[in-house]
Design a protein around this ligand. Sequence first.
Ligand code: DGY
Length: 318
Amino acid sequence: MKKKILVTRNLLPENEERIKKLFDVKLNKQEKVYTSEEILELSKDCDGILCIGGNKFDADIFSKISSTVKIIASYSVGYNNIDIDAASKKGIVVTNTPEVLTDSTADIAILLLLGASRRAYEARKFAEEQKWIWATDFLLGKQMSGSNLGILGMGRIGRAIAERARGFGMKIHYHNRTKLSADLEQGATYHDNIKSLFNKSDFLSINCPATKDTAKIVNEETINYLPNGAVVSNTARGDVVDDEAMIKALKNGKIFALGLDVYNGEPKIHPDYLKLQNLFLLPHLGSATLKTRIAMGNRSIDNLENFFQNKRPKDQLN
Ligand code: DGY
């Protein structure tokens, strides 16, 4: 008999077709993100769940979840929405989808750095109004070539950003818990602490996972380590940034411009961000290409398939 899987959001047709062949699926055909209560109710008779990053699986939900559920396969690389310890205590396997969204997310990080530093938001408004006059000092931005790019979190995505930024003539600096091998560093300069990295970062790309240790790691104190007029982008998670401190720095010019793809409490955005001009905002598009989304779907289905064939899923996190 086919195993029963709750799929919490719509899948692309290519993925839906495949998962239907392999499993007895409960699909979500509505334009909505299920609440925890709905997930608990709908998964009562399920063997597994395919979820997205927007579904919260905290200790409370794990204390109530049906004992039939044996695996949660997340359609995301980030898994800060899932309490892995609580899942392990309940004997539930958790998987994610690394690697397949590295390139698309790195592209978006470059788009944010360019969009912020070259004032794309203000520029678009001038273009729409058709009242601008070309002038030597019109909408001057910051140039990436010859600048230092600091990368906070040099995992796969951080390294893919570094590779692209080298093509823009940037010098790469990074901070990670551990120094990378020369092979992975590709000439980037390692900083064993945030102060030292931020001091060097004319541009800063935030790419570390959201954990207890990285919550609000970009805050008033650390922002002040940056050179005046730095450009910052965040393609990791909103939790890493203290929004109040960031807004203050954007207002007083400490930060020249900010590019964001992720937010605290998204889809809500701190209202003060929306009053500022020196911001380039995207609605969490890091992985949003057809190729990547199909690959993410397949990766999560592979994890479910392997699990139910009694093989260790490639992306098992616990
Ligand atoms: C992820 O996979 O963690 C992304 O943020 C979702 O696009």
